[in-house]
Every structure is written in C-alpha cells, then in structure tokens.
Design a protein around this ligand. Structure first.
Ligand SMILES: [Fe+2]
Length: 278
C-alpha cells in the first residue's frame, strides 16, 4: 500500500531528484541520500535504459513520482490513458506518492509545454477540486499538488495563492508538495510576504518539500533549477521547518547539473540547516 493512502505523514528523510547523469553513481557509490524523486514522464516509454536503472534504484531506495502532464487546471478532459500509465509506473516502482503541479499546460488539445498559472477564483477552485477528486478516485490514493512559480497574476483572482491551495486541499482532500523556492520567487515577483503564506498553509497536508535554485534578473526572478539553492531560500526553508516539523525534503536540479558527489554535499547542508532549525 502506498503511503498516500494513509493519514499519517511519512518521513522519508533527505532526497534528490533522480537524474540520468547520476544513475551509475547512485548504484555504485556509498552515499547518504535517503530517497529519490523520479520525473514521471521520463519513465513512461517501455524498455530502455531509464527503466533499467529505475528498477534497480527503486528496489534499493524509496521513490516518489513527480509529473508535469496532469494539467489539472485545464478545461480539456482529463487524459485517462496518461493516468493509466502513471498508475502502472507507481505500482512498478512502489512509489510512496504521486505529485504534479497546480497549473494547466494546454487547452483545445494544444500542449503549451509550460506550467501555466490559474486565476484564483471560486469557479476555478470548484473546477480543479472536482478534477482532483476524479484523479484520486482513479489512482486509488491522494495526490500531492505543488505550488507553482508564476510570473503573472490575474486581475479577477478573488483569492490569494495560499488561500486557493488551502481551500483546494480541504475540498478535494489532496496533499501538498511545497516548493520553498517557488514561494520565494513568487513573493519577490508579486510583492507579498512569504511568511504570511507559510502561516496560512495547512501544515498537516504538506508531505514533501522541494528546494531549488533560481535566476535573478534584478527586478524579477525565474525558477530555472540551474543554480545552487540561494541563501534567502535556505532561510525560508528554516522558517518552514520551525512551523511544519519534519517534512521529507529534496533538491531539484535540472540544468548545469553538478556531480552526484556535489549534490550530496548540498543535501548535507540541508541536513545541517534542518537540525539547526528544529
Ligand atoms: Fe518544484
């Protein structure tokens, strides 16, 4: 049984995003990484090297699945073929849980290949909550939705992002993946206090934390995952630990990917900061 079917938040420890440049090191070297997050879409094609390595890694370490194709906010019908593949992969890897983003990625059958923001209205809330319930019924477990990084806001939004997430998790009984860097980026770009956001999130529903680096363009930030984690993001993470207690935490790195050893060192720093804050 996967953990997202239970009520208690599991503690997986300190993890890394699974990247193909690290496959061999993960299996060959002694290291202290407790768990790995796999990018769902990289493992949906049958056979080949990715699944060859994933089978071995998921036998030795707990894994969780993180997708980008759910498009939970779209008005297009849900993609049941995709969801069937997700379910099969979750069974194959015995994934602890399945996550995606609070966003939409296309409409009218056109894929924008981007995680697009939603207007935070009552209508959108009802729409997304109803789709989350359908997805959870199909998968037989609750899903985690991640707070997105955004660069625009809608004039007709009636709720703040944190109010929308809190209401959505109540209405649909879903869980949350809290990305600390996304909060930092959004707070900077849209000019709100990230501590207000932290204080408003339903703590028991946050089952996973993402840490990542961003790019600073002076008057705006972009969530690029190609830098080390910035100090103000670490500071915000420590504020999170003080409020939320232990939540399974991991580093996402998608570009300029350092060696596995360097990623392990950055993860050790997360360990130290967590202990300090707790
Ligand atoms: Fe993230």
């Amino acid at each position: 049984m996967t953990s997202a079917k239970t009520n208690d938040r599991p503690w997986l420890g300190y993890g890394l995003g699974l990247r193909k440049t690290h496959y061999a090191s993960i299996l060959a070297e002694e290291h202290t990484v407790d768990w790995f997050e796999l990018l769902t879409e990289n493992y949906l094609v049958p056979g080949g090297k990715p699944l060859y390595y994933l089978d071995q890694i998921s036998e030795r370490y707990p894994t969780v699945m993180h997708g980008v194709s759910l498009s939970i906010g779209s008005v297009d019908p849900l993609d049941w073929d995709y969801l069937a593949q997700v379910k099969t992969l979750a069974e194959r890897t015995d994934a602890q849980w399945i996550s995606d983003h609070l966003c939409w990625t296309g409409v009218g059958g056109i894929n924008a290949h981007d995680l697009l923001p939603l207007p935070y209205t009552e209508e959108a809330l009802e729409h997304v909550a109803q789709r989350v319930r359908q997805v959870q019924d199909f998968l037989g477990q609750r899903i985690l939705l991640e707070n997105p990084s955004t660069y625009i806001e809608f004039n007709h939004s009636a709720l703040c992002e944190w109010e929308f997430l809190a209401a959505l998790s109540e209405l649909s009984d879903c869980l949350l993946l809290f990305d600390v860097n996304n909060l930092y980026v959004n707070a900077f770009n849209h000019g709100f206090n990230p501590i207000d956001y932290l204080d408003a999130l339903p703590k028991d529903r946050v089952w996973q934390i993402h840490l990542a680096g961003h790019s600073d363009y002076g008057h705006y930030l972009i969530d690029t995952h190609d830098h080390a984690i910035a100090d103000p993001v670490f500071a915000l993470y420590q504020e999170t630990v003080k409020r939320f207690g232990p939540v399974s935490v991991m580093i996402e790195r998608d570009d300029n990917i350092p060696s596995f050893e360097q990623m392990c060192q950055e993860l050790d720093h997360v360990r130290e900061l967590t202990r300090e804050a707790a």
